[in-house]
Design a protein around this ligand. Structure first.
Ligand SMILES: C[S@@+](CC[C@H](N)C(=O)[O-])C[C@H]1O[C@@H](n2cnc3c(N)ncnc32)[C@H](O)[C@@H]1O
Length: 277
């Protein structure tokens, strides 16, 4: 179905004055078992699913045969909609009386632009509900046996974006991020990884700080790359990690290895022994 027609076609007898509800649902980091019970139930009952690129096929398959699925995510090879059009599509669909599940990777309110969609729905008087999801940082790290915070190692964790608009410099408070007692998690940082690691080192973070990149965490395609603040950009390139990639910088990466709870080295050993694994 043509995305532009959905909702417009919906002069189908439904009462325009009773809008449907839009559920902004977090789909978690990839593994369908990491969906919340509420997300699972809403997906099964959905009339319309509006979903992003990072939502796994396995999760979409939980929806009924009759559900209309609308792909709006960003991918180089597939049609995508600008954010403003996604916002108005949601308003249009709900205004036609449909209940809509807006499915987003991870958590809708963590680098998911869920806040913008909620604002637009509120402005249009459309009822909505936010269903949290497991964000990539906690999903990927839990799966790898690395605590985001750990007593005596990391007193906190910070989530930042490494993405900036083309031609616009990445403006982060590097001094405050260069904190050896905090775990730094960078979302969407693959293309700016060299700039970010250089800036953190220039702001005083030791080049020896343990660092890790994980691509497609929690899925069968998961790949990890372990290095240090100084080596990670080259390590990631050498190992050919591709998006989605999460970057983790902090002592928790090494502490988990020391205590034997990290799965990163285990995973690497398996890959070396069985290259096709
Ligand atoms: C637009 S943000 C969406 C984040 C999402 N709302 C969340 O809470 O996880 C996309 C970025 O999240 C990270 N990401 C999401 N899923 C991931 C996964 N399974 N493995 C690694 N990184 C992931 C990557 O940094 C990716 O570029």
């Amino acid at each position: 179905m043509n995305v532009a027609d959905i909702g417009k076609k919906a002069g189908d007898g439904r009462c325009e004055k009773t809008p449907g509800t839009v559920y902004l649902v977090g789909a978690g980091p990839g593994d369908a078992d990491l969906l919340t019970v509420r997300a699972h139930r809403l997906i099964e009952q959905a009339e319309v699913l509006v979903y992003d690129r990072l939502v796994a096929e396995e999760i979409l398959e939980l929806s009924s045969q009759s559900a209309v699925r609308v792909f709006v995510g960003k991918s180089p090879s597939r049609h995508t909609l600008p954010q403003e059009e996604i916002n108005s599509l949601l308003v249009r669909l709900a205004s036609s009386g449909r209940n809509v599940v807006r499915l987003k990777g991870g958590d809708p309110f963590i680098f998911g632009r869920g806040g913008e969609e909620a604002e637009e729905l509120a402005r249009a008087g459309i009822p909505f509900e936010v269903v949290p999801g497991i964000t990539a940082a906690s999903g990927c790290l839990a799966g790898l046996g690395i605590p985001l915070t750990h007593r005596g190692v990391a007193t906190g964790a910070r989530f930042v974006t490494g993405h900036c608009r083309e031609g616009v410099p990445l403006e982060l408070n590097w001094k405050s991020l260069a904190d050896p007692e905090t775990t730094l998690v960078i979302y969407m940082g693959l293309s700016n990884i060299a700039i970010m690691t250089e800036q953190l080192a220039a702001a005083g973070l030791s080049p020896e700080t343990p660092a890790l990149a994980v691509s497609s965490g929690t899925t069968p395609r998961q790949k990890t790359c372990r290095g240090t603040l100084a080596t990670l950009p080259e390590d990631v390139e050498r190992d050919g990690l591709t998006a989605p990639v999460l970057i983790v910088i902090g002592q928790v990466v090494e502490a988990a290895e020391r205590s034997g709870i990290s799965q990163v080295l285990v995973e690497r050993a398996v890959k070396e022994a069985v290259p096709s694994a």
